[in-house]
Design a protein around this ligand. Structure first.
Ligand code: 4NP
Length: 167
């Protein structure tokens, strides 16, 4: 069974599709595709069905990456379907946990920036209302976080049943 990752942001058109596509890019580079699978979702449904934001796609293209996918809203059934759920910012984290009324899945939900090894930001900043530099920064941060995440999984240090909650 592959290890299943779900990346979550607000709209599912900028940060979480970037995290999903960057992870797939790294998995392909490392010949690990198939062992780990990823998906992404948003906490709101406003952009459901939309492809990744054009500005995000352009920033990725400049780094040699092709982004694909369609936005969807986070579904409470995702708690069962995925091994690990990565929130881009604290609002996303709180919104996800609010849907886990019994607290059964809190151990599966982590902040994406917990896995950064070079950047010190604690959240992936929302680039939606800013300029192109915000989209480039999202890619830089996520390359760092996704690499760190894959290393943790590969080294089997990341067992959701034993990982303490970080937030
Ligand atoms: P994302 O960015 O959460 O990274 O996909 C946003 C997309 C849409 C909106 C805000 C952030 N919005 O307000 O519609």
């Amino acid at each position: 069974m592959p290890y299943k990752l779900l990346f979550v942001c607000l709209g599912n058109i900028c940060r979480s599709p970037a995290a999903e596509n960057i992870t797939n890019y790294l998995l392909q580079q490392q010949n690990l595709d198939g062992q780990i699978t990823c998906d992404s979702a948003g906490t709101i449904s406003y952009h459901s069905g939309s492809p990744p934001d054009r500005r995000m796609v352009e920033a990725a293209k400049a780094r040699g990456m092709t982004f694909s996918g369609r936005a969807r809203r986070f579904d409470p059934a995702d708690f069962e379907k995925f091994d690990l759920i990565l929130a881009m910012d604290r609002d996303n984290y709180a919104d996800i946990l609010a849907l886990d009324r019994k607290g059964e899945y809190h151990h599966k939900v982590r902040m994406m920036c917990d896995f950064c090894r070079h950047h010190s930001l604690k959240e992936v900043p929302d680039p939606y209302y800013g300029g192109p530099e915000g989209f480039n920064r999202v890619i830089d941060l996520l390359l760092d976080a996704c690499e760190g995440l894959l290393e943790e999984i590969a080294s089997e240090r990341l067992d959701p049943s034993t990982t303490p909650r970080s937030h």
